[in-house]
Design a protein around this ligand. Structure first.
Ligand SMILES: Cc1cc2nc3c(=O)[nH]c(=O)nc-3n(C[C@H](O)[C@H](O)[C@H](O)COP(=O)(O)OP(=O)(O)OC[C@H]3O[C@@H](n4cnc5c(N)ncnc54)[C@H](O)[C@@H]3O)c2cc1C
Length: 381
């Protein structure tokens, strides 16, 4: 995006890309369909040490700008859910093709199989050392943009280059960690999750900071699904999260209604109606599912309410960078101009995208941030 926007302004750029083709993460994003923006993007869906930092970029490049940019080059969007926009074609490669074609048409060069090894300051600009065709080479540039992504999925080309280079050049980093990542359960509870592997339920998931309502997925090793990925970005090792397994309903009211209509039905029958038989059976570990509704005691009701609406989970950990969709943290925002993303201490050096300490929720927000960075940086190159 940065090279394309620079091209529109008549500026020449050269992209150095380690992988054998550009846009590897775009190609695998959204299950190969690329959720390229979100209609409801606002600064609230981004985690950063400075919650205001992203505002300037998002005011310069809006969701409407993303939509009309892609429409101009033949990509109509369709909303799947919760404002998430995908290409009508369902093909992430259409998104990559827009950039590759525009770069080609505007003679913005892309050198693949080219790994940048270092960026060093020299008088009047930067010396960039890189390995290409097995040979070390060097070139000089007045301005350099580092958009080398975050740490997730090393086999897709992820490196710590951006972080390492920022540190070497004296910029501070905020702590990094996997985000939008499944959470693991170990110990005596694991068996319970294992037996439910493959089951998905609509849940409210919360901690002291935030709550989300989306599906959760039980797996052999713990919990995944959109609501878990969302809360994982706000989770820290040692903390618990709380599941409301019946958001927008009150289990005690449902039981009262059932008691008036058919008190002879066992609790398990009602639970199987609300969830699945398998899930209701699994709840027998915690609830008296064989008991008739009419014979539930006050104590039973309290247990049921706590379990259904306030189910505490203490994850053992997360699935790490191999399964994370993004990295939390990165180049500290106070090192960068929010208007241009230029390093304040190093004029001519820019950081954009995932390597910056701005992390979006699941749902197309991270690409909106990446496109906005590309546009903003291109304006001041
Ligand atoms: C499985 C998965 C699905 C996702 N789905 C979505 C989605 O649907 N919607 C969404 O908004 N976000 C999604 N994301 C997140 C999104 O892909 C990233 O936030 C986004 O790609 C970040 O863009 P970037 O340009 O900063 O970094 P990247 O897209 O990671 O690009 C960085 C590039 O730099 C290259 N590179 C790294 N080091 C070097 C080096 N030393 N020399 C040369 N090149 C180097 C890498 O090869 C890479 O191509 C997903 C992520 C994953 C892992």
């Amino acid at each position: 995006m940065c090279a394309v926007q620079a091209g529109f302004l008549g500026k020449r750029t050269l992209i150095l890309e380690k992988a054998d083709k550009p846009g590897a993460k775009i190609l695998i994003s959204g299950g190969g369909r690329c959720n390229y923006t979100n209609l409801y993007t606002s600064p609230q869906q981004f985690i950063s040490a400075n919650e205001h930092f992203c505002k300037s970029a998002f005011s310069q490049w809006t969701v409407d700008d993303t939509i009309s940019f892609f429409e101009t080059y033949g990509i109509e969007g369709k909303e799947k859910t919760l404002g998430q926009l995908f290409p009508v074609s369902d093909k992430a490669k259409d998104i990559v093709n827009v950039f590759v074609t525009l770069c080609h048409d505007m003679e913005q060069q892309i050198w693949c199989d080219t790994e940048v090894k270092s960026v060093e300051q020299i008088p009047g600009g930067f010396s960039v050392t890189f390995e290409r065709d097995g040979k070390m080479e060097r070139l000089e540039a007045a301005k350099v943009v580092i958009a080398s992504g975050g740490l997730p999925i090393a086999k897709m080309g992820a490196t710590d280059f951006g972080l390492r280079t920022a540190r070497k050049l004296g910029l501070t980093l905020t702590e990094t960690a996997p985000a939008l990542v499944p959470l693991t359960i170990t110990g005596k509870d694991q068996e319970w999750y294992e037996q439910l592997s493959g089951n998905s339920i609509f849940c409210g998931v919360s901690n002291d900071e935030i709550s989300f309502e989306e599906n959760i997925l039980f797996t052999h090793w713990g919990l995944s699904g959109p609501a878990i990925l969302q809360i994982s970005s706000y989770w820290r090792p040692g903390q618990s999260i709380e599941l409301d397994m019946l958001p927008n309903h009150n289990i005690l009211e449902l039981i009262e209604t059932e008691r008036l209509q058919n008190g002879k039905r066992p609790l398990g029958g009602l639970l199987a109606h609300l969830y699945t038989r398998k899930f209701a059976d699994a709840l027998s570990k915690y609830l008296p599912i064989e008991k008739n509704i009419s014979s539930l005691t006050k104590q039973d009701m309290e247990t049921i309410n706590n379990l259904i609406h306030h189910f505490k989970v203490k994850p053992a950990g997360d699935k790490g960078y191999d399964k994370a969709e993004v990295m939390r943290g990165g180049v500290a925002t106070n090192e960068l101009s929010s208007k241009t993303l230029e390093a304040k201490k190093i004029p001519g050096l820019y950081f954009g995208g995932e390597c910056v300490d701005v992390t979006g929720w699941l749902g197309g927000y991270n690409f909106q941030w990446a496109w906005a960075c590309g546009f903003v940086i291109a304006q001041s190159l």
